[in-house]
Design a protein around this ligand. Structure first.
Ligand SMILES: Nc1ncnc2c1ncn2[C@@H]1O[C@H](COP(=O)(O)OP(=O)(O)O)[C@@H](O)[C@H]1O
Ligand SMILES: [Mg+2]
Length: 490
């Protein structure tokens, strides 16, 4: 493509050169020929006059030999005609055999007393002749020379002129070659770049900027490439995110099926055993029934958690927002779980926040959050440990709640995934303790839905602290807002 462009430009210049040469030849050639002929004519006229003088103005009485030698000296054919047109002498033919010359234009002119001239084709010699005739005392003297010589000279002049024109075009040709090389290089760069774009390679090296329309085009192409690159990157990111979400969804379905299958299988198995006769076995029937009940409860918890989670995730949970005192929210949840803590001999230490800002939230949702965190804290804290609950203003417009325990703690590698659905550090232990693995996922979504954030700080063997924030739009700041006075209660 580049080469073609190059040759086209060169071709155009060559065409231009041909036109120029043709024009030069046509215009100047004609002028030169005319000038040359008129010059030659006047020279011949001069020679004829000289001839007349040399003969002492008495040509008619000259003999043939002298006539021929004079004609040679004059460089042409000499003819003398009387006033009636009759040929008296001729340097190359027998006058007696020549017809009357009265009607030859140059002779007619000379007989009328003026210099005459004409160009004519001579059939005898098969060539064009230039005839010049002057009036002399005995009639008219004519000098004739073949035009071939004149033409040869004119042609050589024309050739030289054409050569000069061509030579003058050489620099133009060089400039055109240089320009077309540069142009075609730029165009081929642009074509290459556009080709890369068409192939979907948007990372190609951007085109060099430059002036003119090509520069403008390069700029636009660079812009297009950059836009495409950004769009594709964005689509790639979105695609990856969609794939990730799809993977999570599939995992979730598998997890749910798996979680439901175990208790269902157990219920089915024990029910069949009972029906097969174990119902009448006083040693086992009650135990089997308790197992069935336990698994039914587990199914109930699972389905309840799943329902809650999907409601919150899909945004179908109807929140009723209002302002509440943090103390009010925490006390209720603590009271609910106090019996559980007491049964496990875990102390709940609670520090209310006197005079702190109110939080804007849905109390049911906060209750569910705190219950879940407290339940975990109690579950994963060994007997004799303690759980501390509190709230403080972390920054203006925000209250942070926390549930801290002295339990087993969580390995740091598990922390990033802790809030995922069904993610458990120790699956067996969680199940044994009646967990569904959905509690923290529910917590995360409930906190988010109320405009807060949840996080965890934990070290194995040293306990964990779960923290979440809620907006406190009313008063911000206030004395003692970030102080928590710990009050012990069991
Ligand atoms: N206070 C805690 N101390 C130690 N580990 C915890 C604590 N809270 C949660 N975890 C870990 O996080 C996992 C997920 O918690 P959660 O979603 O509430 O599920 P579940 O309580 O049903 O097991 C738990 O299985 C447990 O491994
Ligand atoms: Mg839990």
């Amino acid at each position: 493509v580049t080469l073609r462009l190059f040759f086209r430009l060169i071709g155009a210049v060559l065409c231009l050169l041909a036109i120029a040469m043709f024009a030069v030849d046509f215009l100047a050639g004609n002028v030169v020929e005319r000038n040359y002929l008129s010059h030659f004519r006047s020279e011949l006229t001069g020679r004829a006059r000289l001839l007349d003088k040399a003969s002492g103005s008495d040509l008619a009485r000259m003999d043939g030999a002298r006539m021929r030698s004079l004609a040679r000296a004059a460089g042409g054919r000499v003819t003398l005609v009387d006033p009636g047109g009759v040929v008296l002498l001729d340097s190359e033919a027998e006058p007696a055999r020549m017809e009357n010359h009265r009607n030859r234009p140059e002779i007619a002119e000379a007989l009328a007393g003026r210099d005459g001239h004409a160009i004519r084709h001579s059939h005898t010699l098969a060539t064009d002749f230039l005839y010049v005739a002057i009036p002399v005392s005995s009639g008219a003297l004519r000098l004739a020379v073949p035009l071939a010589e004149v033409r040869r000279q004119v042609n050589s002049l024309r050739l030289r002129m054409l050569a000069a024109t061509a030579l003058a075009f050489l620099p133009a040709l060089a400039v055109a070659a240089w320009f077309s090389r540069r142009l075609s290089a730029r165009v081929s760069d642009i074509i290459g770049f556009a080709g890369e774009l068409a192939k979907g390679n948007f990372g190609a090296r951007p085109l060099p900027a430059g002036g003119g329309h090509l520069g403008l085009l390069s700029g636009k192409l660079n812009e297009t490439g950059e836009n495409l690159r950004r769009t594709v990157a964005q689509l790639d990111r979105e695609h990856a995110e969609l794939e990730r979400l799809e993977r999570i969804r599939k995992d979730f379905v598998i997890n749910v099926s798996h979680e439901l299958r175990t208790p269902l299988a157990s219920i089915q198995g024990y029910t069949e055993t009972l029906l097969d006769g174990a119902i009448d076995d006083p040693d086992h029937n009650l135990r089997f029934l308790r197992i069935i009940r336990h698994n039914a409860e587990r199914l109930g918890r699972l389905t309840a958690d799943l329902l809650t989670l999907s409601r919150v995730e899909l945004g179908r949970q109807n929140f009723e927002f209002a302002e509440y005192e943090p103390d009010e929210l925490l006390s209720e949840a603590i009271d609910t779980l106090r019996p559980l803590a007491a049964k496990k001999s875990v102390a709940i230490l609670y520090a209310p926040l006197p005079g702190g800002p109110n939080v804007y939230c849905d109390p049911e949702a906060v209750h569910e959050i705190v219950i879940n965190l407290l339940d975990n804290a109690i579950k994963y804290t060994p007997e004799g440990g303690s759980v501390t609950v509190g709230a403080h203003q972390s920054r203006p417009g925000e209250v942070e709640f926390f549930v801290r325990d002295t339990g087993s703690g969580i390995p740091s590698e598990d922390l990033p995934r802790l809030f995922e659905r069904f993610y458990r550090v120790d699956k067996g232990r969680s199940r044994e303790l009646g967990g569904t693995g959905l509690g923290l996922a529910i917590v995360k979504h409930l906190v988010k839905a109320q405009g807060g954030e949840v996080r965890v700080e934990s070290e194995p063997q040293r306990g964990s602290t779960f923290l979440f924030t809620l907006p406190a739009p009313g008063e911000s700041g206030g004395a003692g807002a970030s102080t928590d006075l710990t009050r012990s209660s069991t």
